[in-house]
Each structure stands twice: as C-alpha cells, then as structure tokens.
Design a protein around this ligand. Structure first.
Ligand code: HSE
Length: 398
C-alpha cells in the first residue's frame, strides 16, 4: 500500500479523506492507496480514525513510508515552508492552493524536478474541472493562442443574480454570503484576486514562462451596477468576470468584467459554475465546464493527482514545468486591443468625432450616453476618451 498524508482537515481535506476511504484505487493507481496521517491543529475526538491525526508536521516529513502529501491547508504560510520541505525530502505534493502555486510555483516545481517527484495542482484552477492536464498534456500538439475563463464561482453567482433576478451588487453579495459561497470578507473573490491567481497559473503553464500574478491587471466586479447590466442586455451581452490571456509576440493577461455576447458559449455559464475556453492553433476552441469549487469537486481533482503520482511511482511528470519570467515577456495593457462599452454625459456629436460611427443605447438613464467603441488599443482609447467616461467595460471579442 502507498501511504498518503493529508495536511488540513477542512472542507477539501476531509473530502480527500472520504474519497480515498471509499476506494483505495488499486486498479487506477496500480497500487492501493491509504491515508497514514492527517495534520490539523484542531482535535477531532469523534473521528472514526482519530489515531491518524497529528499536530506535528515532522511526523509526516520524517516518515519514509509517506509517499505523497495532500496540502489542503490554504494560505501561504506555513503551506509554503511545509511543501518545500516535503519536496526537498523527495515526497510528492498535491494541492488546490492557487495562492501558493501562483506565488511560489517556479521554485516548487524546480525542486520537484530536481528531486524527481511531482508537485501537482489540478485542483488549483477550476476546482473539479479537468483543465491543467488537458491543457498541458492532451493539447501538447497545439500552440495555445488564448485562454478565456470564468474562473471564480462566487462572482459568477453574484453577476448571475444581478442579471437574472435584478438584484443590485450588495443584495447579490449578501445572498452569496448567506449561501456560503462568499466569505465574510469577500475581497479575494469580488476584487478579482482569486481569478487573477488562477489565470497566472494557466498562463504560466500554457506559455512556459512564469506569469507573476502581480503583473496581471486585475479589476473586480464591485463597481458593476444594475444599469450596466441593463445596457449590456440592450446591446445583446451579459457581464461576466473574465480571465483573459493570449500570446502573440508577448503574453497578455488581464482579469476584468467584460461584456460577453449572448451568442458566445461563456455567456450561458451561470451561478457558481466555472468554464475555461482554450484556443489551440490546430484544435480551435474548446470549452471546459463544471464545478469550480466545493468539497467533492475539488477533492476529486486532488485525488486524481494523488493517483497520478502513485501510478508513476518515483517519476516526475514532465508536463508541469515553467521557467522564470523574462524582461519584456508581458504585453503592457496600453497595447492590448479591445472595444469598450462606455457610459458618459457627452454629446453624440462629440463621441462620433472621437470614435466615428458608433451604436448608442438609450432609455436606461436620462441624459446619459452609452455606446460601444470600435476596436483599438487601450492606450488609444484612454487617450481619446480622456475624462469623458463615467465608466467603461471591455467587450470580449467572440
Ligand atoms: N472562492 C473561490 C470561488 C473558490 O468562488 O470560485 C475556489 O477557488
């Protein structure tokens, strides 16, 4: 039997335990898998296997029988220090911790490679949706051109409530909190930070060099109003929080609300669901859809990575690798191209003088102009619009 340890017995960690308890995956992993330790600072006196619990990380680190460790603690510290020590000790580590992967991925992957073990993190993006392995392994024959994703379930739920139930942002957020989707402090979700880290991981894997999440321009959904939703509807769009990345000469990545055409498949991805569109040069576009969070969806991706590491006993899986970032690797947002939905108090003639013929929407707010510009670089747009815009939202090109 191959022994596994689980660090963190919260929602995800307990899901991993329950899945492995139910099935040792002997056929799939070519060896039965069993849990030897569970690390948690809390006590679980009523747990049926309470003897598995420890509060001492060294029990896991020092036990040569432990082949693979699931890090389900979340946060950067001590998850980083524990993961690094485990990899250096020659143990495989599997995680759903997007913050840790997006921050320390290059270093941890390099240690894993040097030690001929695996650092696997399928669950860190899209929860239970298979995306990392398909993108890095099944699509190896393609050059990835674009990644467009709804990468955060909480914000997608909030926007869906605004679009379909006419709730304003605060009411929709309160609903998300009441349902347990949004944290009491919802900043990581609603400000786009969670989606940003997921996009950083996908971009790093797709194009080989580390994309630092700090280099991704990130805007959340806190400024989106019901009027924006209504204007979008008039133009034939819905508003979604989109993680967008592409590679031409340089890599460009941005997280922001976008107008998504109702004819584009991502427009129908609602509630807490996530979806990621990947465009390959031979495949064209392909969409991966499913549950991006939650106990068993996330645990299912983690256990699949555990099985993967056991199936390839004592071998590093080469498909997960990224080099350090390079100077000039990322495109400046001013050079990115989009069209823009704008709300302003200007006169139609003034707008047409700046942007040529555009289509206007009216009837939502008296005295206000709303229009969509032609495609242009963001630098050109900001220079043209000056301080005329009350707000703008980028439009996703389908
Ligand atoms: N808070 C995240 C979400 C959980 O809403 O998608 C998964 O990362």
């Amino acid at each position: 039997m191959v022994k596994v340890a689980i660090m963190g017995y919260g929602t995800v960690g307990s899901g991993v335990y329950e899945i492995i308890k139910e099935n040792s995956f002997e056929k799939e992993a070519l060896n039965p898998i069993g849990v030897k330790y569970i690390l948690d600072i809390r006590d679980f006196p009523d747990h049926p296997e309470k003897e598995l619990f420890t509060k001492d990380f060294d029990d896991i680190l020092g036990d040569d029988e432990v082949y693979c460790v699931v890090e389900a603690m979340g946060g950067l510290h001590p998850a980083y220090e524990f993961t690094k020590s485990l990899l250096e000790k020659g143990k495989n580590v599997v995680t759903s911790n997007k913050e840790l992967v997006a921050t320390y991925g290059p270093e941890l992957l390099a240690i894993a490679k040097e030690k001929n073990v695996n650092y696997l993190f399928e669950a860190s993006v899209g929860g239970g949706i298979p995306i990392i392995k398909p993108m890095c392994s099944s699509l190896m024959s393609n050059k990835i051109e674009k990644i467009i994703g709804i990468l955060n379930g909480t914000t997608n739920f909030i926007l869906t409530e605004m679009i379909t139930k006419n709730k304003d942002f605060d009411d929709a957020l309160a609903d998300a909190q009441q349902k347990g989707y949004a944290e009491r402090n919802p900043a990581a979700d609603v400000e786009g930070h969670d989606a940003c880290r997921k996009l950083a991981i996908l971009s790093s894997l797709a194009w080989g060099n580390y994309v630092d999440y700090k280099d991704i321009v990130t805007e959340g959904i806190t400024e989106i109003t019901l009027d924006d939703v209504k204007y979008a509807e008039k133009f034939g769009y819905v508003i979604k929080l989109i993680g967008y990345a592409e590679k031409k000469d340089k890599v460009f990545a941005r997280v922001s609300p976008m107008l998504v055409s109702k004819s584009y498949p991502l427009s129908g991805v609602d509630d807490v669901f996530n979806a990621i569109v990947v465009k390959g040069n031979y495949l064209g576009t392909s969409m991966f859809y499913g549950r991006g969070a939650g106990k068993f969806p996330t645990a299912s991706a983690i256990v699949a990575d555990v099985i993967e590491s056991v199936r390839h006993l004592n071998a590093n899986k080469a498909y997960l690798e990224w080099k350090p970032s390079e100077e000039g690797y990322m495109l400046d947002i001013a050079d990115s191209v989009s069209s823009y939905f704008v709300r302003c108090d200007a006169k139609k003639e003034q707008i047409e003088e700046l942007f040529g013929k555009v289509s206007f929407a009216d009837g939502i707010k008296d005295g206000e102009l709303a229009f969509i510009t032609p495609k242009m670089t963001e630098g050109e747009f900001t220079q043209k619009i000056g301080d005329l815009a009350k707000s703008f939202i980028r439009v996703l090109e389908a």
